[in-house]
Design a protein around this ligand. Structure first.
Ligand code: GAP
Length: 434
């Protein structure tokens, strides 16, 4: 982990240079805690979400998807406890005026200037808005601070419209908003971000087993997107850290350049949410177990991950520099499971563009691909290394006769000649070898 702390600066600079991440509203001086994702960043986010969807929903018969609106009835947040409990305690330095979340501070003086800190004040994390034409007290609404609550309030709708029986899960990806006191560490803590959440409904008493199951599943997912295992750990919450709804919670943590931090939480939420929504809506949220001929409110195991945190994790984990023939080579060693571009097509000469383009047009329907004919072949390889493209495919003058192309492997830089007729199968196999 030599020079690991400085990797963050290199990653920030690469993400701007290569169009992954821009400061939100940069043209107008920026807006703190909001980020925009450029062509490669939005593609990387998309690939992370798709891989989550694949593993959590598509490959399972017991999980279905939901896509709910960002604004819900304000009573949802009363029932969930967010209206009363979703705040941070903020302190301000009397000297430098900087603000801090009190639970991130170690001593009782300002970490920046050692000044005296003010007494703590409650700071509401919910983003308020108004629905309709008039800004009146009775039309206040909130942008959702998590995607989870929509899953709970549609539990019965999903149950009654799908053929699912307990145990089963409802998954949702999408934006969440929190008016964080101190957005910081690049995109790590933002005010607008995306979550990937699963609420898995089980029989009361079966939650311990499913909790352990999902911890393992989610941990393996991070390994499958290429996170080095020595940078990952599981951390169980102490009793005094647990959220008001949880009887157990384990965080998957990653060793960021600024220390060990939460990537995802897996929690035992018991029947807290469905019970609260039964109470507040006056509509029974219990489940009738036909096999057992009994009625109960299901228990829930939740897995809750952040898209941007995952993105920052894969970038810091994948970034490396090498020296090749006295030249610096920057590589994003991204897993092909999430790399924004999987194959790049590089004609050796502009005269070969048309032939190369034909192959590219065929392959890009299957693999995320780019066509690049600008600059020397060496520069084009470096450009693709820097954005994490696993395979570069070069079409040269010999290709005209032998109908073969050269495939270069990002990590080993090894080159192999492959016939165009078997290219798809070859790429598929080769991408699995990373
Ligand atoms: N439904 C449970 C829930 O929302 P959380 O621990 O508050 O739990 C879950 O959030 C995940 O959402 C976090 O592990 C993190 O990945 C992501 N997340 C939360 N707040 C965030 C923020 N301000 N910026 C970026 N990601 C955030």
């Amino acid at each position: 982990m030599d020079n690991y702390e400085s990797i963050l600066d290199s990653v920030i600079s690469l993400t701007k240079r290569r169009g992954f991440i821009f400061q939100g509203s940069e043209l107008y001086g920026g807006i703190n805690g909001f980020w925009d994702y450029g062509p490669l960043g939005s593609l990387l986010k998309e690939r992370i979400k798709r891989f989550w969807y694949r593993k959590v929903v598509m490959e399972r018969e017991d999980v279905v998807l939901l896509d709910s609106s960002l604004v819900m009835h304000p009573d949802v947040w009363k029932a969930s406890g967010h209206t009363d409990n979703f705040y941070d305690i903020m302190v301000e330095c009397k000297n430098c005026k900087k603000r801090f979340k009190s639970d991130t501070l170690e001593g009782d003086r300002c970490p920046e200037c050692q000044g005296e800190l003010s007494a703590g004040r409650q700071f509401d994390l919910m983003f308020k808005t108004h629905v309709g034409a008039l800004e009146e007290g009775n039309n206040i609404a909130y942008l959702r601070p998590e995607t989870a609550q929509a899953i709970f309030i549609h539990f019965k709708n999903v149950l009654n419209s799908s053929r699912q029986k307990i145990p089963f899960g409802i998954a949702q990806m999408g934006k969440s908003f929190r008016n964080e006191i101190t957005p910081r560490n690049f995109i790590f803590r933002s005010r607008e971000f995306e979550q990937m959440e699963l609420e898995f409904f089980v029989e009361p008493g079966a939650d311990e087993e499913w909790y352990n199951f999902w911890i393992q599943q989610r941990y393996d997912w991070y390994r499958e997107i290429g996170i080095k295992e020595e940078y990952l750990r599981l951390r169980e919450h102490r009793k005094d850290e647990l959220a008001h709804y949880a009887t157990g919670c384990t965080d998957i943590e990653y060793y960021f350049p600024f220390g060990w931090k939460e990537l995802e939480g897996i929690a035992k939420r018991t029947d807290f949410d469905l019970k609260k929504h039964s109470e507040f809506s006056g509509k029974d949220q219990s489940y009738f177990d036909e096999a057992k001929r009994e009625k109960y409110i299901p228990y829930v195991v939740e897995t809750s991950a952040g898209v941007e945190r995952t993105l920052l994790t894969v970038l810091t984990s994948a970034y490396r520099e090498e020296t090749v023939k006295d030249e610096k080579r920057v590589i994003l060693g991204l897993s092909p499971n999430i790399a924004p571009i999987q194959t790049a097509f590089l004609p050796l000469s502009k005269q070969l563009n048309e032939n190369t383009y034909k192959i590219y047009a065929d392959i890009r329907n299957i693999f995320e691909s780019q066509f690049d004919d600008k600059g020397s072949i060496g520069r084009r390889y470096r450009r693709q290394d820097e954005i994490g493209t696993p395979l570069c495919i070069t079409y040269d003058f010999d290709s005209l006769n032998d109908h073969s192309v050269t495939i270069r492997h990002r990590d080993t830089m090894e080159q192999k000649r492959v016939s165009v007729s078997s290219l798809k199968e070859y790429i598929e196999k080769e991408l699995k070898s990373f």
